[in-house]
Design a protein around this ligand. Structure first.
Ligand code: SAM
Length: 190
């Protein structure tokens, strides 16, 4: 069944993160506020907000309208602030005490459809390595949602990195690259 807040937006439907993955990630994050960059239609936001107050950012106002509907449907809109901002020219200043920063960039290079995955972090939108280095100024804990087999070496300078696989029928659908101070975590079957 297609949720009403996704009707007519096949790209958003393709990119939305499964709720189970979002909840699993939320449970790993210690108490406190979460900064979510590239929130899309709020697939991750819904799970994160179950355990944390969230500030969610995306550059696409229509996606933020869908996120608001998504959160409203779940009755958790009061736990989330939404900001429209192009993260290649962010107006937010690093700092503050954030329990974690969660990043879910578009996996495709500029001008490509969502299913054409980029071969490296910097070819994603926004460039995910650059975004992660900036995000490190908000929290010692980063979680990037990335396609399988992404080269995580560019993140190594930001702290310890572990790939936490999310599986569908035993095969990796995507992973969270956990950077910094995270517990060791077993793969999750979605
Ligand atoms: C993979 S989707 C996020 C999916 C989301 N986590 C969900 O579960 O619904 C990537 C998002 O990155 C956003 N994005 C791409 N470039 C951006 C930029 N420069 N600044 C802010 N957001 C950007 C897109 O608008 C899109 O909503």
């Amino acid at each position: 069944m297609v949720e009403p807040w996704l009707a007519g937006d096949p790209d958003a439907l393709y990119m939305a993160a499964p709720f189970k993955a979002a909840l699993a990630l939320s449970r790993l994050i210690p108490r406190g506020r979460v900064l979510e960059l590239c929130c899309g239609v709020g697939g991750l936001t819904r799970g994160l907000a179950a355990g944390h107050p969230v500030l969610a950012v995306d550059r696409d106002p229509s996606r933020l309208v869908q996120t608001a509907a998504n959160l409203g449907g779940a009755g958790i809109e009061a736990r989330v602030d939404l900001i429209c901002c192009d993260l290649t020219r962010p107006s937010l200043r690093p700092g503050g005490a954030w329990a974690a920063c969660v990043l879910d960039p578009d996996w495709s290079p500029p001008g490509q459809p969502p299913r054409a995955w980029a071969s490296s972090l910097e070819k994603m939108r926004p460039p995910a390595g650059t975004l992660a280095r900036w995000a490190r100024g908000f929290s010692p804990r980063l979680a990037l949602r990335l396609p399988p087999e992404t080269d995580l070496a560019p993140l190594a300078g930001l702290g310890p990195v572990q790939a936490w696989p999310m599986l569908k029928h035993g095969r990796e659908a995507f992973c969270f690259a956990l950077v910094g101070d995270w517990p060791e975590s077993e793969a999750v079957e979605l």
